[in-house]
Ligand binder design. Structure first.
Ligand SMILES: Cc1ncc(COP(=O)(O)O)c(C=O)c1O
Length: 402
């Protein structure tokens, strides 16, 4: 390992949402932040150097992506995901959520439906509703201790139903989260093909949020939907970003890949209403991260895999009320805490008042998430240990008081 992800870096006083904002956000006190998806890791040295280089010029006017940036992105996508993309397919956006929002705004009319798969990253619901569209939930199914897509249910969502409770199918787009936040599945090629075929048969545009694609635990392999078939390529929007992997979320920025010319033009037209040029420093970070980041990716994945192993073993051995759902990707881990027998609000309050660890409350990701908490393991092993220590103490006390 070249990178030391166990280095303690004090983030207090840096206006970090995760650290400086934790107590006020959760109305708590001295909380350990294991929420919000950014890591406590230093970004690669080359990212800092590239930003510094740009800072040496004292003018920060509107900017153009440089040719080398396109080359770096094309090479990165080919090397990592075996997808040949073209320069003209690449658009820059202010972030992944922004790109999803622009896509829904461009291709879904108010009153139309957009499919998500809960439990899932909650801004999807918000952006669908903010565009006057209707959220259609193809809920993931938990089988034993893993989650799967329910393709029969997915097919039924595209059908018009008659009789009581009947409705006209208006499902125009689907947001795929791959790897899936919060449950950490890295969808297999087979699953992605089935998902894509159902969408294709029903003329639904696929918006594939691949922001976590580099973050693969153990031996899991990421499959990019559009890379599998030219037909999928022509019917999808793929969004990637360096922000989760390289910890640059505060710089904002994402790469949106749209092979279909008409879709790309319509997307760009909508985007123009609120965007005219990328952020200069974000482009500098993007170039350096994708150009020099391979070792960083390997090391972060090893580090998070080790954190996950420690976290899982500790819970299995000491806290039988909890079940760790094994993520295949991301640095997020979904923990079933229903064994504590608490109601949703009681459990959330318990995390803040007794455990004193700030997690993302499971119910926020969809109603099926009630009784779960999402922990962020993008931190030092010491932070993982501190989190487990706090959990163990609070749950022991809860057991004693029963
Ligand atoms: C699946 C997913 N998409 C998008 C985002 C946010 O991306 P951005 O900050 O670029 O909007 C996150 C952040 O956690 C995420 O998990």
């Amino acid at each position: 390992m070249k990178y030391n992800f166990d280095e303690h870096i004090n983030r207090y006083g840096t206006y970090s949402s995760k650290w400086d904002g934790v107590d006020s956000n959760f109305n708590g006190n001295d909380l350990l932040p294991m929420w919000v998806a950014d890591t406590d890791f230093r970004v690669p040295h080359e990212v800092v150097e590239e930003i510094k280089k740009r800072l040496e010029h004292p003018i920060f006017g509107y900017t153009l992506p440089e040719d080398e940036l396109y080359e770096v992105i094309i090479k990165y996508v080919k090397d990592m995901y075996d997808w040949d993309i073209k320069k003209e397919w690449i658009l820059f956006t202010n972030g992944v959520v922004a790109a999803c929002h622009i896509a829904v705004r461009s291709f879904v009319n108010p009153g139309d439906e957009v499919m998500i798969q809960s439990p899932v990253y909650y801004p999807f619901q918000k952006l669908i509703k903010a565009n006057g569209a209707i959220v259609v939930d193809n809920k993931l199914v938990r089988n034993e201790d893993q989650y799967y897509m329910d393709f029969n249910d997915m097919r039924s969502l595209f059908k018009t139903t008659i009789g009581f409770g009947g409705k006209i199918a208006r499902l125009k787009a689907a947001i795929l989260c791959n790897p899936h936040n919060p449950i950490g599945r890295v969808w297999t090629e087979e699953e992605i093909r089935e998902y894509a075929e159902i969408c294709m048969e029903n003329d639904a545009l696929i918006i594939s949020d691949d922001i976590h694609c580099d973050l693969l635990l153990n031996d899991n392999k990421h499959t990019m939907l559009a890379a599998l078939d030219k037909r999928y390529e022509q019917n999808s929007i793929t969004i990637i970003a360096p922000s989760k992997t390289f910890n640059t979320a505060g710089l904002k920025g994402a790469v949106t890949i749209i092979p279909n010319e008409k879709i790309r033009e319509d997307f760009a037209y909508t985007q123009m209403a609120g965007y005219n040029s990328p952020n200069i420093l974000s482009l500098a970070a993007l170039k350096a991260a994708y150009k020099y980041g391979k070792q960083y990716i390997e090391d972060i994945n090893n580090h998070v895999s080790n954190n996950l192993e420690y976290f899982t073993n500790y819970i299995n051995e000491n806290i039988p009320e909890l079940t760790v759902i094994q993520p295949e990707g991301t640095y997020l881990v979904w923990v079933d805490m229903k064994g504590l027998g608490m109601e949703t609000e009681e459990l959330n309050k318990f995390m803040i008042d007794k455990v004193k660890v700030a997690t993302d409350f499971g119910n926020v990701f969809g109603e099926e998430g009630a009784g779960y908490q999402r922990f962020n393991l993008g931190c030092t092993l010491d932070t993982v240990k501190e989190c487990l220590n706090r959990l163990d103490l609070a749950i022991s006390e809860w057991r004693n008081n029963r």
